[in-house]
Structures are given as structure tokens and as C-alpha cells.
Design a protein around this ligand. Structure first.
Ligand SMILES: [Zn+2]
Length: 101
């Protein structure tokens, strides 16, 4: 049987008693291409091809890891509520409760 631990407060989540919340966060770079719609599709594809040919696999992998990150967290009910209230963890949280194990 798999035991889950809350990634935020590290409390064990007993799925018989507690709800376990999965939170997936995908981060990617937003590229603005204001002129893209003005270009011919064919030209644009050729440019992408040229770019891909110039970038070797290792470099490409590094770039992709920088540009796109996907993470998954397990949260207990309490932490999930806190997360939904303040997903970015911005500002000091006035009431942080640490439950004693
Ligand atoms: Zn928790």
C-alpha cells in the first residue's frame, strides 16, 4: 500500500480518513510573437526547421527544461485550503498553524 505524505506540512495522509489533493503546476515561458500572424506559414516553418537543425539534442533538452516545468504535489485537506487561498504564497500569512504530530 502506498503511503502519501503532504508535500507542504509533511503530515502523513491516511487515505482511509483524509482526503488527498493532487496539485499540478505547469510553468512555461510565454512567448509574445506580435509579427507571427503577418508571416507566411511556410516561411515560419522554415525558420523553425533551421533553428531545430542548429540546436543539438543536449542544448534542446536543457532549453526545454528551462522553458517548461511540470510539478505535482500531494496536499492534505488543510494545506490544500491554504493553497487555494494563496496559491503563490504571496504576502505574509497572518495565521500559520502547525499541527503537532
Ligand atoms: Zn499538509
Amino acid at each position: 500500500m502506498i503511503h502519501y505524505t503532504c508535500d507542504r506540512c509533511h503530515k502523513k495522509i491516511d487515505e482511509n480518513i483524509d482526503l488527498r489533493y493532487e496539485v499540478s503546476i505547469v510553468t512555461q515561458v510565454a512567448l509574445d510573437e506580435p509579427d507571427a500572424s503577418l508571416q507566411e506559414d511556410r516561411d515560419h516553418l522554415n525558420e523553425v526547421d533551421d533553428l531545430l537543425e542548429r540546436v543539438d539534442d543536449e542544448e534542446c533538452e536543457r532549453l526545454c527544461q528551462e522553458l517548461y516545468q511540470s510539478r505535482r504535489y500531494d496536499l492534505c485537506a488543510n494545506c490544500f485550503q491554504q493553497f487555494t487561498r494563496n496559491p503563490l504564497g504571496a504576502d505574509a500569512q497572518p495565521q500559520v498553524e502547525f499541527s503537532e504530530n
